[in-house]
Design a binder for this molecule. Structure first.
Ligand SMILES: *Cc1c(COP(=O)(O)O)cnc(C)c1O
Length: 373
């Protein structure tokens, strides 16, 4: 039987193999493995790509988020015990970064239609201690609105973007396109291998137009050292290495093609999936489809059916962070929408390395799904 794997990283990187091998050789022969030209070049290129003043490369997406919040605390912009509103249905790294900086995560309800923060409900989570909203562009769909931006500015809140899943996404603001990663005060990127711009290992980045924040992030990521052997702060080692930077430079040049391929795959699903048991996601023009996530009531039966027809699926995410044992003590408002989504979401294959014609076939398989089949 034909198989439709959820993702194959080998296939994802196959088209770039020659280019990747060539740059790996360049790095190996350079004798420079950290703090070199590749990292500096990648930072310049990502900053130009997103249209944001500063990019600081780092070790992974969680560290990018941690560095942003720790830098805000280090700069005195936030204090221990201050609150950060975060969507309740995000990947746990978003929440870990907040609590790791001594801040209090305040999980907020998503909208069942967008799966992103329900921006209309946001004010109910804001208290005098709120300092920031972590806008997660979940599944590659921008979490943004003009009134959200206006409200955050009016209340003096920072907007931090978790752009791990949405590199290349944009929102239309009065005809002008604004890229995610350049919308808020600071943004974290992840280049985990399965992300739309995936490294061949771990890597991440912070982007911000705030020069003081960028400088503090860079210092904290390098042992808290500004000048060699001078340490004004207690920092960390969160560097990106030259090999990953070199590979990311190759793949960044192909990112717009990757995004276009993913958008055409999502369009096939959008047009061809027609089954009243399967709720399709909202199709935003600027989304980059890190995941294509449908919602179904009897999820296990649906996944078993797809699996029996060779279609691989995954779940993002089965247990929301506030229900994880590590956050057992976390106070929060009732989160019925997030909890219902956690029990009904199913991610379908969406990778650009799977042939476009396969998506018509997957849609047909989905359309033949009945409750008792
Ligand atoms: C992948 C991801 C992260 C963490 O990135 P890593 O590079 O795996 O540490 C953070 N937030 C979201 C929403 C993610 O999808």
């Amino acid at each position: 039987m034909k198989q439709y794997p959820f993702i194959s990283l080998k296939k994802v990187n196959e088209p770039y193999e020659q280019e990747l091998v060539a740059v790996a050789e360049r790095v190996i022969r350079s004798g420079r493995y950290l703090h070199g030209e590749e990292v500096a070049g990648f930072e310049r290129e990502l900053s130009a790509y997103c249209g944001v003043g500063n990019v600081v490369s780092c070790s992974n997406g969680l560290d990018a988020l941690r560095l942003i919040f720790k830098a805000y605390v280090s700069l005195g912009v936030m204090r221990e015990g201050d609150e950060v509103v975060v969507p309740a249905n995000t990947f746990i790294a978003s929440v870990l970064a907040i609590s790791d900086a001594g801040l209090v995560p305040v999980p907020a309800e998503p909208s069942a239609a967008t799966h992103n923060l329900d921006l209309d409900l946001l004010e109910r989570y804001i208290t005098p201690r709120t300092r920031a909203v972590l806008a997660v562009h979940l599944y590659g769909s921008p979490c943004w609105s003009a009134s959200f931006e206006e409200m955050a500015h009016r209340r003096g809140l920072k907007i931090v973007e978790d752009n791990a899943q949405a590199i290349g996404a944009y929102v239309d603001c009065g005809g002008a396109r604004r890229m995610t990663g350049a919308l808020g005060d600071a943004a974290a990127f992840s280049f985990y291998p399965t992300k739309n711009l995936g490294a061949l290992g771990d890597a991440g980045a912070v982007a911000t137009g705030d020069d003081a924040l960028a400088a503090r992030v860079r210092t904290l990521a390098n042992y808290g050292s500004d000048v060699r052997y001078h340490n004004p702060f207690c920092g960390y080692n969160c560097r990106m290495d030259e090999l990953q930077a070199a590979m990311l430079r190759v793949k960044l040049r192909h990112l717009d093609e990757i995004t276009a391929e993913r958008r055409s795959r999502a369009s096939v699903y959008e047009r061809a999936i027609c089954n009243s048991l399967v709720r399709k996601p909202l199709a935003l023009a600027g989304a980059v489809w890190h995941q294509y996530v449908v919602a179904v009531d009897n999820r296990q039966a649906f996944r078993d059916y797809l699996s029996a027809h060779g279609v691989g699926t995954d779940i993002h995410y089965p247990v929301p962070p506030h229900l994880q044992p590590c956050y057992a003590g976390l106070k929060h408002q009732p989160l019925p929408v997030a909890e219902k989504l956690a029990n009904s979401v199913v991610s379908l294959p969406i990778t650009e390395s799977t042939p476009l014609s396969d998506f018509e076939e997957i849609a047909e398989i989905i359309n033949s799904y009945k409750v008792d089949c």
